[in-house]
Write a protein that binds this ligand. Structure first.
Ligand code: PLP
Ligand code: COI
Length: 345
C-alpha cells in the first residue's frame, strides 16, 4: 500500500495545503480543452475577468476516504457534479460534464495519494472543484472563457470538537434571498457570509445560523452547512427553503434516517420560537460532517437542544452510519460509493 507523508493526521483541522498536483481545464471556443494535472498552484488571469469583479464563480466540496482494505472511496461525486452543473446554469457558465468531473477527481486523488489520510485517523482528503469566468470583459456580461480546477488537501474537523457539541448564533443578516443564488454554490453567497460569520466567531460561536430572509422567523441553514433536527417524537426534520444549499450530506442523512432507521422524515418549516419540540440538532455538510449544535443564541435567548457537552443518541447513530459508509465499513446504498482506480493508488 502507498506510503503516506508524515503529517499530524489526528490534528489537521481544515486548512489549505499546497499538494503536488491539481487538475486544470480551459473552456475556449465553446469547448473544454487542455485538461490535465499541473503542479503550479497559482492561476494567472486577466484583470478584466468577471470572476474578479462580478463573482462569476462556482465551487464544490467533497472528500476521498481511505478504507481499511487500502482502497479509496469517493462519496456520491455524481451529486456534486449535478449541483455544480446547476450552479453553472444559474451563473451562465459552461457545465462540466459528470464523467469529466468524476474522472478529474480520480486523477487528483491518485496523483496526491501520499496525502490521503490513513484509515482510522478519521481524517480524509478534501477536494475543492471550482470554475471561474476569465478573460478581458468589464461590462456586466458572462465571460467567454473559463477555467475549471480541482485541488485537494487532507482535513480533519471543520468545527473544533468534531462530534462534541458547539454553540451557534442566529444571524441578523441574510446570506441569500429566496429568488437569489442560495441554492447555488457560488462565491457571492460566501462573501455575504464573511461578516456575520466573523461576528459570530468573535463572540465565541462556531458559526451563525441564518434565518429566512423574509421574516427572520424560521431556520434556514448554517453559513457552511445545512441544519437538521430530531423531534422529541423521533422525526428527522430539516428546513424547506428555496434559499438554502441542497446539501448532499443532508439528503444522505434524510435517506438513512428513513430507510436504514425507519424514522419519519420531513423537510419543513422550523420556527425559532418553537424549538422546544426538538430533542437534538446538528449542522451537516461535507466539511462539517455532523456537528452537533449544543446551544443556539437568538437575540438574548439561549436555547440548548440536547446538551452543551454530549452528542444526542440519534445524531450519534446517524453519524456512525454516514461515516461508516464513507470509510467503507458499512454497506452503502446503491451508487453512493465510487472507487478510485486501485492500480493507481
Ligand atoms: N450549506 C452551505 C452553505 C455549505 O457551504 C455546505 C457545504 O458544502 C453545505 C450546506 C453542505 O453541503 P454538502 O453536504 O453538499 O457538503
Ligand atoms: C463543504 O463542506 O464542502 C463546504 O464547502 C463548506 C465550507 C468549507 C465552505
Amino acid at each position: 500500500m502507498t506510503q503516506t507523508v508524515n503529517l499530524d493526521w489526528n490534528n489537521l483541522g481544515f486548512n489549505y495545503m499546497n499538494l503536488p498536483y491539481r487538475y486544470r481545464a480551459y473552456f475556449k471556443d465553446g469547448e473544454w480543452q487542455n485538461a490535465g494535472l499541473v503542479e503550479d498552484a497559482t492561476i494567472t488571469i486577466n484583470e478584466g475577468s468577471p470572476v474578479l469583479h462580478y463573482g462569476q464563480e462556482a465551487f464544490e466540496g467533497l472528500k476521498a476516504y481511505r478504507c481499511k482494505d487500502g482502497s479509496v472511496n469517493l462519496f456520491r461525486p455524481d451529486q456534486n457534479a449535478k449541483r455544480l452543473q446547476k450552479s453553472c446554469q444559474r451563473l451562465l457558465m459552461p457545465e462540466v460534464p459528470t464523467e469529466m468531473f468524476i474522472d478529474a477527481l480520480k486523477q487528483v486523488v491518485s496523483a496526491n495519494k501520499e496525502y490521503i489520510p490513513p484509515y482510522g485517523t478519521g481524517a480524509s482528503l478534501y477536494l475543492r472543484p471550482f470554475i471561474i469566468g476569465v478573460g478581458e470583459n468589464i461590462g456586466v456580461h458572462p465571460a467567454e472563457e473559463y477555467i475549471f480546477s480541482i485541488f485537494a488537501m487532507p482535513v480533519g474537523n471543520y468545527f473544533k470538537g468534531g462530534l462534541t457539541p458547539t454553540n451557534f448564533l442566529a444571524s441578523e443578516y441574510d446570506r441569500a434571498a429566496h429568488k437569489g443564488t442560495g441554492q447555488a454554490k457560488v462565491g457571492g453567497n460566501y462573501a455575504a457570509s464573511l461578516f456575520p460569520g466573523q461576528q459570530a466567531q468573535q463572540q465565541g460561536f462556531s458559526d451563525c445560523i441564518y434565518l429566512d430572509p423574509i421574516e427572520h422567523k424560521k431556520i434556514e441553514e448554517v453559513g457552511s452547512a445545512n441544519f437538521f433536527a430530531i423531534t422529541k417524537d423521533g422525526k428527522f426534520v430539516t428546513p424547506d427553503s428555496p434559499s438554502i444549499l441542497p446539501s448532499v450530506t443532508k439528503y444522505s442523512l434524510l435517506y438513512l434516517a428513513e430507510h436504514h432507521f425507519n424514522m419519519p422524515v420531513e423537510e419543513t418549516d422550523i420556527y425559532i420560537d418553537e424549538l422546544d419540540h426538538l430533542a437534538e440538532a446538528g449542522a451537516c455538510g461535507t466539511a462539517a460532517v455532523i456537528s452537533p449544535i449544543g446551544g443556539f443564541q437568538i437575540g438574548d435567548k439561549f436555547h440548548v437542544f440536547y446538551s452543551e457537552t454530549e452528542v444526542g443518541p440519534v445524531t450519534k447513530k446517524l453519524y456512525d452510519e454516514l461515516v461508516g459508509i464513507q470509510f467503507g465499513d458499512r454497506k452503502a446504498p446503491e451508487g453512493w460509493i465510487v472507487k478510485v482506480d486501485e492500480a493507481k493508488l
